[in-house]
Design a protein around this ligand. Structure first.
Ligand SMILES: N[C@@H](CCC(=O)N[C@@H](CS)C(=O)NCC(=O)O)C(=O)O
Length: 203
């Protein structure tokens, strides 16, 4: 197996964290998004969408989409369970992971893509839309602070893929100047510190 990824990008970071939490090792190859290495014919043959990460299996098949990769690794290496235990738990973890993807990761990405100078040359930007997404991120983080009342992690009392998704989004958003967590959001601050202290956060 080989993981194609890029150290600075948030989706590859999700998979790296997942792998680190599993305690497994998978060889990696860096694909530099800044120089368009993901748009070469060789890479598009692996993933026509051009996105990272991609997990190349031993038979040459290429699996894209971060959650699909995590799902596959969870099946191969079930412990620790990061995508839920029984049917009920798995469904709730998925619910939270999708919320973190759709309601946090996506608006953070949209805000960055539409306002950050780094994307100016790469795509048509709509700054007003970017600003609106920034506001949506702020509101979602405030809601997340309320959701964390009485629970240690996003999906309850166990660390799951939903924490990984939220953490990767928030750290990327902070690095790119779109996320700033107000210290008054104490539960969110506590959660973020606790995830940041996990060895997998260094992955
Ligand atoms: N839905 C995909 C998104 C993959 C994606 O968009 N990755 C970004 C990096 S975080 C990327 O490769 N962007 C470059 C591009 O699409 O050209 C996933 O979950 O893996």
């Amino acid at each position: 197996m080989k993981l194609y990824e890029f150290a600075l990008a948030p989706n590859p970071r999700r998979v790296r964290m997942f792998i680190a939490e599993k305690g497994i090792t998978i060889p990696t190859e860096q694909i530099d998004l800044r120089t368009g290495q993901n748009r070469t014919p060789q890479f598009l043959a692996k993933n026509p969408s051009g996105g990272l990460p991609v997990l190349e299996l031993d038979d040459g098949a290429c699996l894209a989409e971060s959650v699909a990769i995590c799902r596959y690794l969870e099946s191969l290496h079930p412990e620790p369970r990061l995508m839920g235990t029984d049917a009920r738990d798995q469904a709730f973890v998925e619910m939270w992971n999708r919320r973190m993807e759709l309601e946090l990761f996506t608006p953070i990405s949209r805000a960055i893509q539409n306002t950050h100078p780094m994307f100016k040359e790469r795509m048509k930007q709509f700054p007003d839309y970017g600003e609106a997404q920034r506001e949506a991120v702020k509101a979602r983080l405030e809601r997340m602070d309320r959701e964390l009342e009485g629970r240690q992690f996003v999906a309850g009392d166990r660390f799951t893929i939903a924490d990984i998704t939220a953490f990767a989004a928030i750290e990327f958003g902070s690095m790119m100047g779109v996320v700033k967590i107000d210290p008054s959001l104490e539960r969110l601050t506590r959660w973020r510190e606790s995830i940041a202290s996990r060895p997998s956060a260094k992955a």
